[in-house]
Design a protein around this ligand. Structure first.
Ligand SMILES: Nc1nc2c(c(=O)[nH]1)N[C@@H](CN(C=O)c1ccc(C(=O)N[C@@H](CCC(=O)O)C(=O)O)cc1)CN2
Length: 298
């Protein structure tokens, strides 16, 4: 039987609609809009597209969008000064610095400078610590979006075997923490993992976040498993085409033959990333303004 294709685009649209409803209620209660600031340094083409989408979707949800585009040769001190100014701005509830930053900048220092109460990316040391300790806080967008898709498909995840392939700060590590908090038995696999296919074959849940096109093959997947593909890789263009095809880290057609459910690329986890960012910005706005929010509604 063919696997269910998990429609992240539709799920993200539903989440954005809920955010928009609650953003309007927030504006009534707080007497101002919730505000999200996004900082882009340089001209990476993919980052430009993501930042433009973030600004557009923020405004569509009825929140204030503050976009800061800085030149490629921006120095660390100037970027830190902008973060400081956004930290101090009462109209800004959430701050996101688009990653990756140009190589000459110290990413960790920039992220750590963000006020944890405005850390809608969930990447500051305090947010990471809270997640590890099981304390409430803001959680990185892609892992939280992936968890929402998993819970929507599977309900209770308790006791399931989960393998996360990749150990990045942005996805792999927080994803593993979230699955652990749901009482999964979690394995984090990475480039040095021995016999990766065999490790993956044991998993009821596979989260692939390695950045290697179609690396996870169909015969690695346990029959009926739920596969979340976080990879977004552009293949070289075929003859006569300007752009190459987008593929994930999972061989999608092969996975469809074995898995119980699988996210497509595009249209799976990707759209959830921005929808969860808007959700996090709204959560931060409520906390910063002292307005109550039933977070379960999101
Ligand atoms: N500070 C951050 N930087 C980056 C993050 C992040 O969460 N915080 N994530 C990624 C990029 N990203 C958002 O920033 C992002 C990636 C993908 C998508 C998306 O909707 N993808 C579409 C396909 C888009 C295309 O055609 O290229 C999909 O999968 O359907 C949205 C946001 C790295 N940086």
């Amino acid at each position: 039987m063919t696997a269910q294709v998990i429609d992240g685009k539709a799920f993200a649209a539903g989440l954005r609609a809920r955010v928009a409803d609650l953003a309007a209620t927030f504006e009534q209660a707080a007497g101002r809009k919730a505000g999200l600031a996004v900082v882009l340094v340089g001209s990476d083409p993919a980052s430009q597209v993501y930042v433009a989408s973030k600004a557009k979707q923020t405004a569509e949800c009825g929140m204030a969008s503050f976009e800061h585009r800085l030149p490629e040769d921006t120095v660390q001190a100037d970027l830190l000064a902008l973060v400081d100014a956004l930290n101090a701005d009462p109209a800004v509830d959430g701050i996101l610095v688009q990653l990756p930053l140009p190589g000459h900048l110290d990413e960790q220092q920039v992220v750590a400078r963000i006020d944890p109460d405005k850390d809608v990316d969930g990447l500051t040391p305090l947010s990471s610590g809270r997640l590890a300790l099981g304390q409430p806080g803001l959680v990185p967008c892609t892992p939280l979006g992936s968890l929402m898709l998993l819970k929507d498909r599977l309900g209770n995840l308790s006791g399931l075997d989960a393998v996360v392939i990749g150990r990045s700060i942005l996805v792999g590590k927080p994803m593993a923490q979230l699955l652990l908090a749901e009482n999964c038995t979690v394995t984090i696999a990475h480039s040095r993992t021995r016999d990766l296919p065999e490790v993956v074959r044991r998993a009821d849940i596979v989260v692939a976040a390695v950045g290697r096109p179609e690396m996870v093959r169909g015969d690695w997947i346990k029959p009926g498993a739920t596969v979340i593909d976080v990879g977004i890789n552009r293949l070289p263009p075929e003859a006569g085409q300007a752009k190459g095809r987008l593929v994930g880290d999972v061989a999608f057609a092969e996975a469809l033959e074995v898995a119980g459910a699988v996210t497509p690329v595009p249209g799976g986890v990707g759209p959830m990333t921005i929808a969860v960012l808007l959700r996090n910005a709204l959560v931060a706005a409520h906390r910063n303004a002292g307005v109550a929010l039933a977070e379960a509604a999101l």
